[in-house]
Ligand binder design. Structure first.
Ligand SMILES: Cc1cc2nc3c(=O)[nH]c(=O)nc-3n(C[C@H](O)[C@H](O)[C@H](O)COP(=O)(O)O)c2cc1C
Length: 361
């Protein structure tokens, strides 16, 4: 069957994956209220189409942190992509390249930076978790920069991994052959007590990430590399102001796809205050619940420069490797192009606050 909505990729992906892997991908933390809120928040934002606008084919191009993109949709960092397809990150990076956009490699990518860089054609970003062992982190940053990554995205919403109940119940662990190949093995295999009430993977990851870092530590990261630095996981005006005061180059409004603080504000509900606080000084990106080209349009109307997509890329990857991810990105492109045409906006910069109205649910 031809897949005509992103949710149809979700349905197509599910039977291809073991139930515990599916739960790991789909799940959120706690009651999954933030996961649900991310999706619902988009539905309250209705488009105000303008007519007789003399639309020629819409221009979806944008330059982000010096990288020219053919569409304002970037692949979000998601860990261990070989869980769903043997090619893993290499397939998704190749699809990003084909679509004229960027791939973001997770700290916990399951293919090497060098393989990802080759597939992405040099257009990729590196998502950083602040590892406890700074010398290991330093070497990792050097390797990513050496492989040509164009910017760093430090994830700041994960001083500790959220309680994802599905994974705890499933005692989720990585299958043989899937691991974080860019993290030095000394870090990954360090002995620690396994708490039987928890999930091995989350314990392992919590064990590796430094929960104690503060704004003051960003100077250290800055000193390691001249690459542009984004913070991912900002949802308040206060932290936006602090980020800009600390010289951050871009903000990613995100609650980690509802996987960290359950009850945290939906990304689209947080976006306006971050955009206002940023006041045009740095680009603002957003992720969490983007499931259509209309959702991309809605995010841009509320002031985002671009969006990231997480789970839909994984569904495409599970469904058909690089071709599946390409199909997901093409669908988003076609839908965004259509909504721009029907809403009377030829360029991304025409998608302003007047393009939507938020209605009560
Ligand atoms: C399976 C999975 C793994 C993820 N791994 C990471 C990660 O390694 N680093 C990170 O910063 N965010 C990670 N995220 C969060 C995504 O980058 C992104 O914020 C989220 O998926 C966006 O929501 P969406 O899935 O609704 O598009 C992960 C998300 C999922 C679903």
């Amino acid at each position: 069957m031809e897949l005509l909505r992103l949710e149809e990729f979700e349905t197509a992906a599910r039977p291809r994956l073991p139930p515990d892997v599916w739960d790991y991908l789909q799940g959120g933390s706690g009651t999954e209220s933030t996961l649900t809120a991310n999706l619902h928040a988009f539905k309250r934002i209705m488009v105000r189409p303008r007519v007789l606008a003399g639309i020629s084919p819409p221009d979806l191009g944008i330059t982000l942190l010096g990288s020219p993109l053919d569409l304002p949709v970037v692949i979000a960092p998601t860990a261990f992509q070989r869980l769903v397809h043997p090619d893993g990150e290499v397939a998704a990076a190749a699809a990003a390249r084909q679509a004229g956009t960027l791939f973001t490699a997770s700290t916990f990518a399951s293919r090497t930076f060098e393989e990802i860089a080759a597939a992405a054609g040099g257009s990729w970003w590196f998502q950083v978790y602040w590892l406890r062992q700074r010398d290991v982190l330093r070497r990792m940053l050097r390797r990513a920069a050496g492989a040509g990554c164009q910017a760093l995205m430090l994830t700041v919403d994960t001083p500790h991994v959220g309680r994802r109940l599905r994974d705890i119940r499933n005692r989720f662990t990585l299958p043989p052959g899937v691991h974080a190949v860019n993290v030095e093995s000394s870090v990954m295999t360090e002995a620690h007590e396994h708490d039987p009430g928890s999930c091995w993977l989350h314990q392992q990851v919590t064990h590796e990430i430094d929960p104690a870092i503060t704004w003051a530590d960003l100077a250290w990261l800055r000193a390691q590399t001249p690459l542009p630095l984004m913070l991912k996981g900002i949802v308040t005006a206060e932290d936006t102001v602090l980020a800009i005061e600390h010289g951050i180059d871009a903000i990613v409004v995100s609650n980690h796809g509802g996987r960290q603080l359950d009850g945290a504000i939906a990304s689209m509900d947080a976006l306006p205050e971050v955009v206002t606080a940023a006041a045009g000084r740095v680009p603002v990106l957003v992720d969490g619940g983007v499931r259509s080209g209309t959702d991309v349009f809605r995010a841009l109307a509320l002031g985002a420069h671009a969006v990231l997509v997480g789970r839909p890329v994984i569904w495409g990857l599970a469904h058909g490797g690089a071709a599946g991810v390409s199909a997901v990105l093409k669908l988003l492109r076609d839908e965004l192009s259509e909504v721009m045409t029907l809403a009377g906006r030829s360029r991304l910069t025409d998608i302003d606050a007047t393009a939507v109205r938020t209605v009560p649910w």
